[in-house]
Design a protein around this ligand. Structure first.
Ligand code: HEC
Ligand code: HEC
Length: 431
C-alpha cells in the first residue's frame, strides 16, 4: 500500500507561498477537501473526529509564524498575554527557595528547550533499568528509570546533608540517553482528538499493516481517563498540561498539584527528611503558565519549496516514509480559535512503532523497549542531532538506523537512484 498511496507526501500551500507566511491562512476549501479525503480522514466510522464532510468548509490550514519561537498567528489579545506570561515562566530559573530539587536536571525549562526558546539545546538525559525474567524493571528503588543528574548540595534542614545528582547503579543492565525535543506547534498536536489518532491507527492497520503504529494508551492524571499518549519519545504523556506538571517535578524537582511527591534521591526516600521545602512547591500557576506557552507556540515555519522539494515529497510517500511520518493531521474543536479545526503538517502519526535495535530498551507504560513514537519531522532543517539519543548527525545516518517496522522503508531509501535521493533530502531539508 505504500506504493500508490494517495496520501500526499507534502501539502503545497494552495497559494504557493514558499517562505511567506501571510498567504498560508487563505482557505482553499476545494484543495483541502481533496486533500482531506485522501489523507486526513483516517477512517470513516470515527465518531467525534473532525470529518471532512461535516466541518470541511471550516477547516483551515494553520497560520504560520514568521520565525521559530513566535506565538501562533491570529491569537486574541488575552491569549497573547497568556503566551507572554507563560514564556516568562518558561524562562524563569528556579532556586532552592522556590522548591528546586532536592535532585533535578536543570533549573528552568528553557535551559534545555532553547535555541530559540521552545527548541532544543541538545541536552540529553539518562534512563536506566534492568531486565528481569525478560521484563524491564525501572529499578525505582535506585531512583530509576529517569536520572536527575544534579543535587542542590549542602543543606542544613534536619541536620547537615548533601544532595548530589543521581547516577546509574552498577547493577543496571540498560541505560539510554534521550535528547530534548523541540516544542514548536505542540498545541496543535494536543488539540487532535483521541478518536482521530485511534482512527489513524485503524487506517494504518488496514492499509499498511507492516508499518502500522500502535496508540500508546496512558492515564490522564487530571481526569483519570485512559487517553492516547502523544508527547515524549515514547508517546508516554497524553497532554501538554500533564507534561508541564510532569516536567516541573521530574526535570526541576518542583512539586505541583498533579505531581505532589518529591523524587527520592537515588531511590532513598529517607533523604527527603532533609528536603528544605516540604510544602507543595507550585500551587499550579506555574503549570498553567507552561501549558499556555507551549499550547500557543507556533509550529516551525516551513522552509522554501523548490521543484526538487516537491519532487522529493513524492519520493517520501513512495518510499513508505509517510506511512509513519504522516504528513497531515487535523485538530478538533479548541477554545483557542487559532487551534480549532486546523490542518497542520507535523510529519508524524504520534503512534508507537517497533524500530528493532533502534529502540532505546526502556519500557515505559505499555511501550516496549523496541517501540518509539514516530519523530515529527517538522523543524528538521534546524536540527543537528537526530534520533532519540542524538546519535545521528545527518539525515542519511538517521534513516540508515531505522529498523524493525521501518526496515523495508529504509531498504527502499538505500535503493533510490541519486536523483530521487537528492530530491528526498531536499524535501526533508525544507521541513
Ligand atoms: C534537563 C533538560 C530538560 C528540562 C529542564 C525540561 N525538559 Fe522538557 N524534555 C526534555 C527531554 C530530554 C525530553 C524528551 C523526554 C522523553 O521523552 O523521555 C523533553 C520533552 C518535553 C515535552 C514533550 C515534547 C514532545 O516532543 O512530545 C514537553 C511538552 C516538555 N519537555 C516540556 C517541558 C517543560 C514545560 C519544562 C519545564 C517545566 C521542561 N520540559 C523542562 C528535557 C528537558
Ligand atoms: C515504521 C515507521 C517509520 C517509517 C516507515 C519511517 N520512519 Fe523515520 N522515524 C520513525 C521513528 C519511530 C523515529 C524515531 C526513532 C528514534 O529516535 O528512536 C523516526 C525518526 C526519523 C528521523 C529522525 C528525526 C528526529 O527528530 O531525530 C528522520 C530524519 C526520519 N525518521 C526520516 C524517515 C524517512 C526519510 C523515512 C523513509 C525513508 C522514514 N523515516 C521511515 C518511524 C518511521
Amino acid at each position: 500500500m505504500a506504493h500508490g498511496n494517495p496520501c500526499l507526501g507534502d501539502v503545497m500551500s494552495p497559494s504557493g507561498g514558499g517562505g511567506t507566511m501571510q498567504a498560508s491562512h487563505v482557505v482553499h476549501v476545494l484543495v483541502l477537501g481533496i486533500l482531506l479525503t485522501a489523507c486526513a480522514s483516517p477512517d470513516a466510522p470515527v465518531t467525534s473526529a473532525p470529518s471532512p464532510d461535516s466541518v470541511g468548509a471550516e477547516l483551515a490550514a494553520v497560520s504560520g509564524a514568521p520565525a521559530f519561537g513566535e506565538p501562533l498567528a491570529n491569537l486574541t489579545a488575552d491569549e497573547l498575554a497568556r503566551f507572554g506570561a507563560g514564556l516568562k515562566e518558561f524562562l524563569t530559573v528556579e532556586g532552592v527557595g522556590e522548591g528546586l530539587g532536592p535532585v533535578f536536571n536543570e533549573a528552568s525549562c528553557a535551559t534545555c528547550h532553547n535555541g530559540p526558546v521552545g527548541g532544543t539545546t541538545g541536552r540529553k538525559e539518562t534512563r536506566f533499568g534492568r531486565i528481569v525474567d525478560g521484563a524491564f524493571d525501572p529499578m525505582s528503588e535506585f531512583g530509576g528509570s529517569l536520572i536527575q543528574d544534579q543535587g542542590i548540595g549542602l543543606v542544613s534542614s534536619g541536620g547537615d546533608f548533601t544532595f548530589v545528582g543521581e547516577a546509574a547503579p552498577s547493577t543496571a543492565t540498560v541505560t539510554a540517553r534521550r535528547i530534548t525535543t523541540q516544542l514548536f506547534g505542540l498545541g496543535l498536536v494536543d488539540a487532535v482528538p483521541d478518536e482521530y489518532l485511534l482512527g489513524l491507527a485503524r487506517r494504518e492497520a488496514a492499509t499498511s499493516p507492516t508499518t502500522a503504529g500502535t496508540p500508546h494508551m496512558v492515564r490522564e492524571v487530571r481526569t483519570g481517563l485512559t487517553r492516547v499518549g502523544r508527547f515524549g519519545w515514547k508517546a508516554q504523556v497524553p497532554t501538554l498540561f500533564q507534561f508541564s506538571g510532569d516536567a516541573y517535578l521530574n526535570e526541576m524537582g518542583i512539586t505541583n498539584p498533579e505531581f505532589p511527591d518529591e523524587n527520592c534521591p537515588q531511590g532513598d526516600c529517607t533523604a527527603l527528611a532533609h528536603n528544605p521545602l516540604t510544602t507543595l512547591n507550585d500551587d499550579g500557576a506555574g503549570v498553567v503558565a507552561f501549558n499556555d506557552f507551549m499550547t500557543m507556540l507556533a509550529p516551525p515555519p516551513r522552509g522554501p519549496r523548490s521543484l526538487q522539494v516537491i519532487r522529493g515529497s513524492g519520493v517520501f510517500a513512495r518510499s513508505g516514509c509517510a506511512n509513519c511520518h504522516t504528513p497531515v493531521l487535523v485538530t478538533g474543536a479548541s477554545p483557542i480559535a487559532a487551534l480549532s479545526h486546523k490542518v497542520f503538517q507535523p510529519f508524524s502519526d504520534f503512534l508507537l512503532h517497533d524500530m528493532g535495535a533502534l529502540g532505546d530498551g526502556i519500557a515505559q507504560g505499555a511501550a516496549t523497549g523496541r517501540q518509539m513514537r514516530t519523530a515529527p519531522l517538522w523543524g528538521l532543517r534546524t536540527r543537528s542531532l537526530l534520533l532519540h539519543d542524538g546519535r545521528a548527525t545527518t539525515i542519511v545516518a538517521a534513516i540508515k538506523l531505522h529498523g524493525g517496522q521501518a526496515a523495508t522503508s529504509r531498504t527502499r531509501f538505500m535503493r533510490l537512484g541519486l536523483f530521487d535521493r537528492f530530491a528526498l533530502l531536499s524535501f526533508l531539508r525544507s521541513l
